[in-house]
Design a binder for this molecule. Structure first.
Ligand code: SRM
Ligand code: SF4
Length: 581
């Protein structure tokens, strides 16, 4: 009897994984059929290969051949690149793939990855092949495995910056799913017209030494960053590795465990969590300790209820001490307590900067990560010109933006000219609040979106900008993160301002997080209509302006005052704010 059958309460996805022959299932057979969608169990499996079956949610009323049709199926394809690193050639090729096989846009993600939208079922194999041809992959981008490993993207030429990028690569390799099903399905041309891109042959039996047959209970996320640069949001993932630098060398890592943000408000057992500081490990220990943590979650994480399957729930039910003991048992030795260091900064890498070796980098703020060309703004054209001219390394940041690296001094004006000609806003020309904002994808592709996010945030920021200027707060740095549902893909639960879709055109407004990302914010008001959202934020900003303590940040101010005080003050000063929640 299979494991799935013997434990009747396992979630259906566990059964699908177990009987899939290491993630193959019937993907290949269904790909060969002239249908526009996969059967339900297969939609679960293709996630492990980097794709989600979606439908164009704005095309649900269409009729095909006179009949009310089924959904207009499209696929999201996600590729991952540890630490967000790309070559110019790869970036330009991704733009081409987006144009030829997807909806012509390319989406930079909050985990330093890239997504395509609008791929058709018969375009999936060509898309995934093309991605592999440029030495990128869609493996481990989605599914119950370790996802894209993030790392501090700023290309400062110091050995310890390179070291965190190397660690991200090494962890990505260690935790890559080993099943050859991926290669068989996507990289072997069934018609034999194109060469096999198979790697490693297919004869041996598949072995997943870390994951086993049923992989992990749920997605698992690892990031590597610094206390002085927490751009990767060390506290928001299953494992945050905080590199401790002394005398220009990494002496080890504080290991932060059990962060993650998904929450289902109707299910009171779910919650967003910032990670807990568990232990300090040396560079020699770090990978093995990560493996021990992954295996503990593999063996003890909840496989019955996917809503409670992230590692934070295991830690919440066991307590940190018991969890740590189990990790020590799996690792085979006791672990040291955390180094005292904690987060102190966040470098978003934007603008023109010297990188430490006489060369420069330019951080280009891409609003909500969407690369497109239209009459006004031609992101893709600008990127193509910059990449053709400098053939430079590129990095995607955890704030959905791009950094062009290794540039000569004279590139500054050349890049400005290119951006100006293509209508792309220079990073230096956009407001501070826009620069520090980000939104998840949401409508029209995300199947879980309740309301707008990526398409709504630019306007929300445009409304907020004059209010900030009126208050003299236009240079104030605070994060504004928006999502179209409570799943938290733009990490809205540790930002200064979190705007989370709750019902159509209504948002939960969170306040009191911080640019440093080390604490959760709190619900300030729920179900705020879109049209009063900016006013609600502006009322609190007015309070902040008048009563902040010295250089206190907006998030710190809100956290210090607390919800009741903020509500009382704004209700008194701005009667319009009353009763809106
Ligand atoms: Fe996410 C599900 C988009 C980062 C928490 N996320 C989804 C799906 C696949 C919707 C679905 O399941 O059908 C979204 C695809 C929308 C679309 O049309 O493209 C989606 N998530 C994204 C991206 C593209 C948002 C973005 O605007 O950049 C990010 C892709 C990152 C990548 O390259 O891998 C993205 N998602 C995140 C993050 C942030 C992070 O990882 O740093 C989170 C919060 C941290 C965390 O994991 O808790 C996040 N996404 C979720 C969740 C909630 C998981 C949970 O524990 O409950 C879901 C829903 C789920 O898994 O059931 C989800
Ligand atoms: Fe979709 Fe919700 Fe994630 Fe936004 S937060 S991309 S709406 S799942």
């Amino acid at each position: 009897m299979s494991q799935a059958e013997s434990e009747t309460k396992l979630s259906p996805v566990e059964g699908i994984k177990e009987t899939s022959d290491y993630l193959r299932g019937s993907i290949a057979e269904e790909l060969a059929q002239p249908t526009d969608a996969f059967a339900k169990p297969t939609t679960q499996l293709i996630k492990f290969h980097g794709s989600y079956q979606q439908d164009d949610r704005e095309n649900r009323d269409r009729s095909v051949e006179g009949k009310k049709s089924t959904k207009d199926y499209i696929f999201m394809v996600r590729c991952r690149m540890p630490g967000g690193r790309l070559t110019s050639h790869q970036l330009v090729s991704l733009l081409e793939i987006g144009e030829e096989l997807a909806n012509s846009t390319v989406r930079l993600t909050t985990r330093q990855g890239v997504q395509f939208h609008g791929v058709k079922k018969d375009g999936l194999r060509p898309t995934i092949r093309r991605i592999n041809e440029i030495a990128l992959s869609t493996k481990n981008a989605c599914g119950d495995v370790c996802r894209n490993v993030m790392a501090t993207p700023v290309p400062i030429k110091k050995p310890y910056y390179d070291e965190v990028q190397r660690l991200a690569d090494s962890l990505a390799l260690r935790f890559e799913a080993k099943s050859k099903g991926y290669y068989e399905i996507w990289l072997r041309d069934p018609d034999g017209a194109a060469p096999d891109l198979l790697v490693g042959g297919t004869e041996e039996e598949d072995v997943e030494p870390i994951y086993g047959k049923v992989y992990l209970p749920r997605k698992f996320k690892i990031v590597v960053g610094f206390a002085f640069d927490n751009s990767v949001d060390l506290y928001a993932h299953e494992i945050g590795l905080m590199a401790i630098v002394q005398d220009e060398k990494i002496i080890g890592y504080n290991v932060i465990v059990g962060g993650s943000f998904g929450v289902t408000p109707a299910n009171k057992k779910t919650f967003p969590a910032v990670g807990k500081r568990m232990c300090f490990v040396t560079p020699d220990q770090v990978e093995e300790v990560c493996e021990a943590i992954v295996k503990v979650q593999r063996d003890f994480g909840n496989r019955e209820d996917r809503k409670l399957a992230r590692m934070k729930y295991l830690i919440a039910s066991w307590g940190l001490e018991r969890f740590r003991s189990k990790v020590e048992e799996y690792y085979g030795a006791a672990l040291a307590d955390c180094h005292a260091e904690d987060v102190t900064g966040h470098d978003d890498g934007m603008g023109w900067r010297e990188q430490g070796d006489g060369k420069f980098f330019y951080g280009l703020n891409v609003e909500n990560g969407r690369l497109y060309d239209d009459e006004k703004i031609r992101w893709k054209a600008a990127i193509r010109e910059i990449c053709a001219k400098y053939d430079c390394p590129v990095r995607i940041t955890p704030h959905q933006s791009l950094i062009f690296c290794d540039l000569p001094a004279e590139a500054r004006q050349v890049i400005y000219d290119i951006l100006d000609r293509q209508g792309v806003p220079r990073t230096e020309s956009i407001s501070t609040v826009r620069r520090w904002s980000m939104a998840c994808v949401a409508l029209p592709t995300c199947g879980l979106a309740i309301t707008e996010s990526e398409r709504a945030l630019p306007e929300i920021i445009s409304e907020l900008e004059p209010k900030l200027t009126e208050l003299g707060l236009e240079n104030e740095t605070f994060t504004v993160r928006s999502t179209g549902c409570p799943n938290g893909c733009a990490r809205p639960y540790n930002s200064d301002v979190g705007i989370v879709g709750k019902a159509k055109d209504r948002y939960t407004l969170f306040l009191g997080g911080s640019v440093l990302g080390h604490r959760l914010n709190f619900i300030y008001k729920d179900l705020v209509p879109r049209e009063t959202l900016v006013d609600e934020i502006a009322y609190v900003l007015a309070y902040f302006k008048q009563h902040r303590d010295g250089g206190e940040s907006f998030g710190d101010f809100c956290a210090r005052k607390g919800k009741d005080d903020l509500l009382a003050w704004t209700a008194e000063k701005f009667p319009a704010a009353n009763g809106k929640a």
